[in-house]
Write a protein that binds this ligand. Structure first.
Ligand code: FAD
Length: 361
């Protein structure tokens, strides 16, 4: 723990780590706590956008330094078992729009870079409540047994504590939007049968289910389904599949109208949640963290509007992607498939799509 830090970051996921790292790199040490007992072993995101790599390169974290990141070059798309398109992914500013890389690995790099700068995550410390005065914000944490204790006084608190944010709840900041229907599932297998020249595959069905497959690391395949049986559908596609895990989760499209209230700021999933379709949650959390830290330390007063505006646009994009993926309308499916067939022949047609994915806008 650093002596007398004035900024408290709640949550050491990608968003909180990115915020703390930007601060530490600029010479402002923060205190960062997480309620878990150690780094999460649950994998979530697999796609890391070019814009995020660009932001992280100043911490010496880039596709060159992590080495095993896989550039997104081809994307295949099937409808009811038929190949619709195998799309060569266009470069955005001379780079692939995203690289496949496991979220957990990226977080480990962020945490190590933070530790090198003298800040260690305080695990096993759970945010409980706060009281704000004119001059500071006094925070209480709680033990595993539910006993609360004073955690100190700060100039501001960064709520980077995920979709079910306790900071957001304590600040009574409304989280508006809606839930997507049904249960979703994610599964991961090992296999040697992943095709060589494709980095992501999407299997759509007439019933509106879509199985998105990506390869976070050689020999590993992750499948996300807007339905309950990702493991069953995934293992059926590869004869040597060995299941590593399957998890179920719910998905919502929600955001705070503004990420700031008094001395509280919200970033990442604490401020906005969306469907994993379009692969934006991790990327937006890191972008929020770096952007907010830069702005707070340089006194950029427009950051509140900038964060809210970007979140709104990203949520619009992921919602559009979700609707296209899950539509059961015959007419829309036909138009969608025709569009991607054309994009396979003329990749520049899909440039707008991959530009948004890249986060460089
Ligand atoms: C299956 C799946 C696939 C996904 N794929 C992609 C993808 O390909 N690309 C992409 O960009 N995004 C993807 N996402 C979304 C992405 O994983 C999240 O948006 C991202 O993890 C958000 O980061 P965060 O730091 O805001 O929150 P989190 O990762 O949720 O981290 C929050 C941290 O806060 C801690 N915490 C919670 N409450 C407290 C408390 N009271 N006190 C202290 N600590 C607390 C938690 O322990 C946790 O470590 C996917 C999500 C899922 C579920």
């Amino acid at each position: 723990m650093v002596s007398n830090p004035r900024i408290l970051v709640v949550g050491a996921g990608a968003g909180g780590l990115a915020f703390a790292l930007e601060c530490a790199t600029r010479g402002t040490k923060v205190r960062i706590i997480d309620k878990r007992s150690g780094r999460s072993v649950i994998e979530k995101a697999t796609g890391v956008a070019a814009g995020v790599w660009e932001q992280l390169s100043k911490f010496d974290i880039s596709p060159k330094t992590v080495e095993t990141a896989i550039p997104m070059r081809n994307f295949a798309f099937y409808d009811d078992g038929e190949l619709v398109a195998n799309v060569p992914v266009p470069l955005i500013e001379d780079n692939p729009p995203a690289y496949l890389y496991p979220q957990g690995e990226l977080e480990r790099h962020l945490e190590k870079a933070l530790s090198i700068r003298g800040v260690d995550v305080e695990y096993g410390t759970e945010f409980h409540s706060y009281e704000e005065s004119n001059s500071s914000i006094c925070v209480k944490a709680q033990t595993k047994g539910g006993e609360s204790f004073a955690l100190g006084a700060y100039d501001c608190v960064i709520g980077a504590d995920g979709a079910h944010s306790a900071v957001r709840e304590a600040a009574e900041i409304p989280f508006v939007g809606r839930n997507y229907p049904g249960n979703w599932s994610v599964a991961e297998i090992t296999t040697t049968e992943w095709p060589e020249n494709v980095q992501a595959q999407l299997f759509l069905q007439t019933n509106g289910e879509g199985l998105f497959l990506s390869q976070p690391a050689p020999g590993l395949v992750q499948g996300i389904l807007n339905g309950e049986n990702a493991a069953q559908q995934l293992t059926a596609l590869f004869t040597d599949a060995e299941l590593r895990y399957e998890r179920h989760f719910n998905v919502a499209l929600k955001r705070v109208r503004t990420p700031k209230k008094g001395r509280i700021w919200l970033i990442g999933d604490a401020a906005h949640v969306q469907s994993p379709v379009g692969g934006q949650g991790l990327n937006l959390a890191i972008w929020d963290g770096v952007t907010l830290a830069e702005a707070l330390l340089t006194g950029d007063s427009k950051v509140e509007t900038i964060l809210a505006k970007r979140a709104r646009r990203v949520l619009l994009f992921t919602d559009f992607d979700y609707r296209m993926l899950s539509t059961q309308s015959h007419v829309i499916r036909k138009a969608r498939n025709k569009y991607w067939e054309c994009a396979a022949k003329h990749p520049s047609l899909a440039r707008w799509f991959f530009k948004i994915i890249s986060g460089i806008w």
